[in-house]
Design a protein around this ligand. Structure first.
Ligand code: GLN
Length: 304
């Protein structure tokens, strides 16, 4: 039996002392003030055991990690019809890139780049009665935690500098792939990105993807086929133009966010979340990537 606690501590200790060349995201001003020294890891086994180290219980803005949760909700609501409005191919481009969107007539490459997630937000707006409230409740249900909230300051701070996302939404609108008003869709999108969670809560929320669609409370939220597809999208598109590298080094489906979080999972075995705010050049957590590489190397637990 592996000594998971010892493994997490070893990883934490070794990385805490290496030079961190990453930088905290500053294009969203509210994120710029977060200390580069924060570093936490939480592991949750499918059997219910939990192990953690460092700042694993401190909340941070989940940012793009929320795109997996909004995709799950949209899949639950409209099923495969979703695929008429967003593709499932890796983009090989940064998360906020626009050129492909124009070349491909307003159909985003996948739901985990910004333009794709904006289409998903539009689907949720059209299909939920009280979109922001209902989506938050979905996240709370999956996580089994009523305390989860949006961070209004972060959402507002992203809105005032969100020119790239406005450009993406306007382009989508011009191609007829946005049904609601640009302002309303982006308001929802900026809120979903602002959700605050800690590493433990992320492993709870993503339990559903490791457990064939059943959450911690054993309620079936997604079919096992939907979960298979969402995991495939995470593996191929979860790290933008570093998705290949993540599959190569870590070998797990996962998702990063510019708040410095990463969550990854091995179906039927575990979910793991890391938080370290300094990002590498591709916008993924510098320490988080390395921590997960060490974890799957030391435990030999990966999908490959
Ligand atoms: N809210 C961020 C943005 O739209 C999300 C990006 C990310 O986490 N990669 O720019």
């Amino acid at each position: 039996m592996l000594n998971y606690q010892a493994i997490l501590e070893e990883i934490h200790e070794s990385l805490k002392n290496t030079e961190n060349t990453g930088e905290v995201a500053s294009y969203i001003s509210e994120l710029a003030n977060i200390s580069k020294d924060k570093f936490g890891i939480h592991l949750q086994l499918i059997t219910g055991e939990n192990y953690f180290v460092g700042d694993a219980a401190e909340k941070f803005s989940i940012q793009s990690i929320s795109k997996v949760l909004s995709l799950a909700k949209a899949f639950q609501l409209v099923g495969n019809d979703l695929l008429e409005r967003v593709d499932v191919e890796p983009s090989g481009n940064p998360f906020n890139h626009l050129s492909l969107l124009e070349l491909e007539n307003g159909i985003p490459r996948n739901p985990l780049i910004n333009s794709g997630a904006i289409v998903i937000a539009d689907v949720l707006l059209s299909n939920l009665k009280n979109p922001k409230e209902d989506f938050l409740n979905f996240v709370r249900e999956l996580t089994h935690d009523e305390s989860i909230q949006y961070n209004e300051k972060i959402a507002e701070s992203e809105r005032v500098t969100g020119f790239n996302n406005y450009a993406a939404a306007n382009l989508l609108k011009a191609y007829g792939n946005l049904h609601n008003k640009v302002e309303d869709v982006l308001d929802f999108y900026f809120h979903q990105c602002s959700i605050m969670m800690d590493c433990k809560q992320l492993t709870n929320a993503f339990f559903v993807f490791a457990n064939k669609g059943k959450c911690l409370k054993n309620i079936q939220h997604l079919t096992s086929s939907q979960v298979k597809r969402i995991n495939a999208i995470m593996l191929t598109c979860g790290f933008y133009d570093e998705a290949g590298e993540f599959a190569f080094e870590v070998g797990l489906p996962g998702k990063s966010g510019v708040g410095g979080g990463i969550v990854a999972l091995l179906p039927h075995y575990f979910t793991i979340a890391t938080w370290a705010p300094a990002l590498n050049k591709k916008g993924n957590s510098f320490l988080g990537m390395q921590a997960l590489e060490q974890f799957t190397t030391k435990t030999r637990l990966s999908i490959f």
